[in-house]
Design a binder for this molecule. Structure first.
Ligand code: MG
Length: 448
């Protein structure tokens, strides 16, 4: 007999305008999804993943059931992405923990795809259970990078696996014996990028209520910068097994590591392209995440008591007076001002897209904006063959970047990430041919 108690919190953070994280907190299934993709893609991908995961797991509450539920969630996100031009290239991470019954007793089944994380807090120590599916962590797994180097590696946020990018995906899955007194933490990278494991351990050791602990972690991530959406779930094992000798090993010992990294994805920071930085205040929220930006539709009201038609004065023929002229001048100035602002807005926007099979940098908005078509400002000379096939759908939709320099850097990162995954790493040149800008030539043979 196992008894769990949980609490969660999710917040947009201090930089993003939209919360693309989703959280699932039910009596036996807990999950965090961190969506990514232009337009509304991130929110849609994360929501589909969570809904599909819950539906799939409810049919078979076992480790295999959870594994299949993750695979179904992947397919659901992928099918929606390929069927909708506006959502093409969207994806999401997912990390899930579920209470399942086995012949040996209750177990916690865990599953992970992407760089959201699962931690176990046991006997005063915090242990990261999941392994990030990022370029940097894959290099650590191959012994080519130390963990300390991976923590500051420029490619640590470039994912090699996510839901919705390909029709099939392999999740890391494992089982753990739920020990009484243990606490589990699931979180998006908005937490793990902002606070250290010592800080997390400090909160888990000092805040007994799981929801209060989840909210405290979110608040600390915001204090540290809140550069991303932040989501946390804390799950306490109130009643569980007591024999530590039977406890399961962390996933590094049980989960299969990818053997073939050729063609691994450089999903890159697609999530960064989908939101606009603002300085707006963050609000901590507990409980399951709700859709952000949902519109309230005003109910049709009763007609006003004085809405009855009134007699009108009949006026004589109009003359062009000074007031009419003034009105026309103000109207013209406003129209010009609006046009000018739109031009500035479009002119200050950049995205990486495709021209044929070449990556090019556009100025403007993907698909155009109010009749202003995007224009190519740089032909990078990089082809889709150099960046891995899985990032191509996102490029086809246009990956927005805040500046032209950032767009250039993004292309370089894609090339470096793809190069660094080839064994042995070749000497890679990011680009040579441009019209106006040259992507810095980068050799990555020494980065491993
Ligand atoms: Mg995130």
């Amino acid at each position: 007999m196992t008894v769990l108690r949980s609490g969660s919190a999710s917040d947009v953070g201090r930089v993003r305008t939209v919360n693309e994280d989703r959280v699932l907190e039910s009596p036996t299934l807990f999950a965090v999804a961190d969506g990514m993709g232009g337009h509304a893609g991130g929110e849609v991908a994360a929501s589909i993943a969570i809904d599909s995961l819950q539906a799939g797991f409810s049919r078979s509450q076992t480790l295999d059931g959870l594994t299949e539920a993750v695979e179904e969630a992947n397919r659901a996100v992928w099918e929606r992405g390929v069927g909708d031009q506006a959502l093409r290239g969207m994806g999401t991470t997912v990390v899930a923990a579920a209470l399942v019954a086995t012949d040996e007793g209750d177990r916690l089944a865990l599953a992970n795809v992407g760089d959201s994380r699962a931690y176990r807090f046991h006997d005063g120590e915090l242990l990261q259970l999941s392994v990030d599916h990022s370029v940097a962590e894959e290099l650590v797994a191959r012994g080519e990078l130390s963990q300390a180097e991976a923590d500051i590696h420029p490619h640590r946020h470039i994912l090699t696996r996510a839901l919705g990018i390909t029709p099939e995906v392999e999740a890391d899955v494992w089982e753990i014996v739920p020990l009484a007194g243990d606490r589990y933490l699931l979180c998006s990278d908005g937490l793990s990028n902002e606070v250290t494991v010592d800080v997390i351990a400090g909160v888990l050791s000092s805040v007994p209520d799981p929801r209060a602990a989840a909210e405290t972690l979110v608040a600390l991530a915001n204090e540290a910068g809140g550069n991303d959406n932040i989501t946390t779930i804390v799950v306490d094992v109130l009643v569980g097994e007591t024999d530590p000798a039977t406890n399961g090993a962390p996933p590094t010992a049980t989960a299969e590591q990818p053997s073939d990294l050729t063609g691994a994805v450089a999903l890159a920071d697609i999530r960064d392209a989908s939101t606009t930085p603002t300085g707006g205040p963050a609000t901590a929220t507990g409980g399951p995440a709700t859709a952000v930006g949902a519109k309230a539709i005003e109910a049709p009201g009763e007609p006003s008591v004085d809405a009855a038609p009134r007699p009108r004065k009949v006026k004589g023929p109009r003359r062009v007076t000074f007031r009419v002229l003034l009105f026309l001048v103000v109207l013209g100035a406003l129209a010009y001002g609006a046009y000018y602002l739109i031009k500035v807005y479009v002119g200050d926007s950049y995205f990486v897209g495709l021209k044929g099979n070449q990556l090019v940098i556009y100025q403007g908005r993907p698909g155009g904006f109010l009749g202003l078509e995007p224009k190519i400002v740089s032909r990078t000379g990089v082809t889709t063959a150099q960046v891995g096939s899985l990032v191509v759908p996102a490029l086809r939709s246009g990956v927005q970047e805040p500046t032209r320099t950032a767009a250039t850097r993004y292309v370089s990162h894609l090339v470096e990430a793809q190069c660094s995954l080839q064994s042995p790493p070749p000497s890679c040149t990011a680009a040579t041919t441009t019209t106006t800008t040259t992507i810095p030539t980068t050799t990555v043979a020494g980065t491993a």
